[in-house]
Design a protein around this ligand. Structure first.
Ligand SMILES: [Zn+2]
Length: 264
């Protein structure tokens, strides 16, 4: 069996074990069913996720010109505190930004390699946590727009990490934390205008990834240096494929690459 398509981050479905799906043009692969199988991944070409042209990918699946023009790649995506749609101020496309920013957002704590704070649209819970490879997470506040979530994150970053260590996450070098205690501890540092949105008596969500064997020394597959790779898939965590020889492949970081995936 061989499939070809442009890589986009896997979609997921939470359950006893998280289910992962990879959209390969005409085929929709349930990656869980490919566990313990030999896969061959090869690079074919590039296809920008915005303009569809065969241009080298710059960031987030976009070619360079789309990255600097597409409303979905504005600075407020990575830095929510820069959101301005609530003031009626345009960055690249005000209608788009209103839709994206003026909707319920969650500030959360997720534990993937350490406890970190993050922001997501409410509709992306628990997808966002799964994408980060968090084994537990909790919502701290639910606010009506992205800006309020952004300023909360900025304030909390002074007291808790905002980055994941992907190697520790993949090695499963993790500790259980009581996230509702963390939520209470951080409460005093939430900006005043956000205090009313604090979520009381919240419980953490546990997430179970389909991994049979964690790598001790994960090494990242780079398809521009190794255009063809073959290995046995032994797990999926975050947006990573984990192979038996400790190679890991970050699907999300390779968005916009057209690949062939063969089941050997
Ligand atoms: Zn493009």
């Amino acid at each position: 069996m061989e499939y070809q398509g442009v890589l986009k981050k896997m979609t997921t479905e939470n359950g006893d074990v998280i289910q992962y799906y990879l959209d390969m043009n005409s085929d929709f692969l349930n990656m869980n069913q490919l566990l313990n199988k030999e896969l061959e991944i090869s690079f074919v070409t590039y296809e920008c996720l915005s303009c569809g042209k065969e241009k080298q990918i710059y960031r987030q699946g976009f070619c360079k010109s789309c990255f600097f023009e597409n409303p979905n790649a504005g600075d407020w995506i990575m830095r929510p505190e820069l959101s301005k749609a609530h003031l009626g101020i345009e960055d690249r496309d005000l209608e788009y930004e209103k839709k994206a920013q003026l909707q319920p957002h969650i500030v959360y704590l997720a534990n993937s390699s350490n406890v970190k704070v993050g922001v997501t649209r409410k509709s992306q819970v628990p997808t966002r946590w799964i994408d980060q490879g968090a084994h537990e997470a909790i919502e701290i506040v639910e606010v009506p727009n992205r800006y309020l979530a952004g300023i909360t994150e900025v304030a909390l970053k002074e007291h808790v990490a905002d980055k994941t260590n992907w190697r520790k996450m993949l090695k499963n070098d993790i500790e259980e934390e009581d996230l509702s205690k963390w939520q209470e501890r951080l409460r005093a540092f939430i900006p005043e205008e956000v205090q009313e949105y604090f979520i009381e008596n919240n419980k953490e969500t546990e997430l179970n990834f389909p991994v049979e064997k964690y790598p001790e020394k994960p090494k990242s597959l780079n398809l521009s240096k190794t255009p063809t790779y073959q290995g046995k898939l032994v797990g999926i965590k975050g947006q990573y494929f984990i192979f038996e020889d400790q190679t890991v492949f970050n699907v999300r970081a390779n968005e916009g690459l057209v690949v062939k995936i063969g089941v050997v």
